[in-house]
Design a protein around this ligand. Structure first.
Ligand code: PLP
Length: 410
């Protein structure tokens, strides 16, 4: 078996890509393309890599937004992780799979009264409050749930501007000063403030930034304790990067060691998303045709920006390769989808050998792939397949046209 990249559970065997024991060519011939394939073993190992360094009073809460398929959530629950949700819908998803409410944190910049009520009714681990108006809504609801203040520590995540969430001018969280002002204004009688949290952004390669955020949070936690609040945890958010070039690994275990070396005065909570699921997923797509315009040679494939938004939204580059190895000469192509937008492109200068009807594999799509998908251009959501060693199952059927239009009225 040839190891072509740094993905333990995706390997070429006699020229064909396998996910665990599943032959992806056989799957492609039996399903409609495009479709997502996830490796259960990869997800389990990534969960274990987080759990390894944590004590029983710490908590790793998987960020549901990265991939919210119920079977994926269920797999992660079975590994003992909790969940970070950012909407009532995500909260309902994790309740549906039987997640323990004591392991759920609820972040998000615009929570509604109904969403807050749902979280209160289920007595979740923490509502991560991001604005004073959330405290007002909780007062109106006559509820005193466990809450944390989400802080905006004014730290740049050093990634793409769209996924930096911890700089002073962005919409997330509140400043340390405001947190102290609110803590004094409401006091221990009116709020059950048990934590402080932050999430400075995503695709963070320099983990010292997370230690820096932790330091600020701990400083604030100490001040809140001196005001009489019983702070039991610090939630440093998610954000650990993955390598889209498939060459190196960023280890959750090392990140946790670094944070714990800095301090372990409070219990630690983390909210990893991408680092749990990104490398577990590939998107299989079929080449529709080849054309040349101006200086560009295009491979037009049947997956588009509605299926995988990251390249169009963040100029992200995912590795793309032939699903079946070929000894024929490769060429340089721009690989584009069928959506009527110039932005519907996976990028240029991909070296592949492909003809109409051939399959390509797009790597590292387990996070922010399917969960960011849309029906733009009335394109149907693709199927999702979960491979688990020798078995595989469809965990989301390919959408049908009738299902897509069923809520519309004529
Ligand atoms: C509040 C919060 N926590 C956790 C995450 C997960 O981040 P990542 O997928 O980079 O680990 C996000 C992602 O945007 C987030 O907004």
């Amino acid at each position: 078996m040839k190891k072509s990249m740094n993905l333990k559970h995706f390997n070429f065997n006699t020229g064909v890509l396998y996910s665990e024991d599943a032959n992806l060519l056989e799957l492609s011939d039996s399903l409609e393309t495009p479709f997502y394939v996830y490796s259960a073993q990869t997800i389990r190992e990534n969960c274990r890599s987080y759990k390894k360094g944590l004590s029983s009073s710490d908590l790793a809460c998987y960020a549901v937004k990265a991939n919210s398929n119920l079977s994926v959530l269920s797999l992660i629950k079975d590994e003992g992780l909790g969940f970070d949700v950012v909407s009532g819908g995500e909260l309902k998803r994790v309740l549906k799979i039987g997640a323990d409410p004591k392991k759920i944190v609820f972040s998000g910049v615009g929570k509604t009264k109904e969403e807050l009520k749902l979280a209160c009714d289920h007595e979740i681990f923490s509502i991560n409050v991001e604005s004073e108006y959330e405290l007002e809504l909780l007062e109106q609801l006559n509820k005193i749930p466990r809450i944390s203040f989400r802080i905006n520590p004014d730290i740049a995540a050093e990634s793409h501007p769209y996924i930096e969430t911890g700089k002073a001018d962005c919409k997330f969280g509140i400043s340390e000063e405001e947190a102290l002002t609110l803590a004094k204004k409401y006091g221990v009688e009116k709020i059950n403030l048990v934590g402080v949290s932050a999430h400075i952004g995503s695709q963070i390669t320099n983990t010292d930034l997370l230690v820096e955020a932790y330091e600020k949070l701990e400083n604030l936690a100490d001040q809140l304790v001196s005001l009489g609040f019983e702070i039991d945890h610090i939630d440093v958010g998610g954000g650990l990067a993955i390598d889209y070039e498939l060459e190196k690994n960023f280890s959750p275990d090392e990140l946790i060691k670094k944070l714990k070396q800095f301090s372990s005065k409070y219990n630690l909570t983390l909210e990893p998303g991408r680092s749990i699921v990104a490398q577990a997923g590939v998107l299989i797509t079929k080449v529709l045709g080849i054309k040349e315009n101006g200086s560009q040679k295009f491979l037009i494939v049947d997956a588009g920006m509605n299926d995988l938004m990251r390249p169009s939204l963040y100029s992200a580059r995912h590795k793309i390769d032939n699903l079946v190895e070929s000894s024929e000469k490769k060429d340089l192509y721009s690989i584009v989808g069928p959506v009527c937008e110039t932005a519907d492109s996976f990028g240029s200068d991909f070296e592949v050998n492909a003809n109409a009807g051939d399959y390509l594999v797009i790597y590292s799509v387990g996070a922010y792939g399917s969960s960011m998908g849309s029906n733009y251009n009335t394109r149907l959501k693709p199927a999702e397949i979960l491979v688990d060693q020798k078995s595989h199952k469809v965990i989301r059927k390919a959408e049908t046209f009738d299902n897509l239009i069923k809520e519309e009225e004529l």
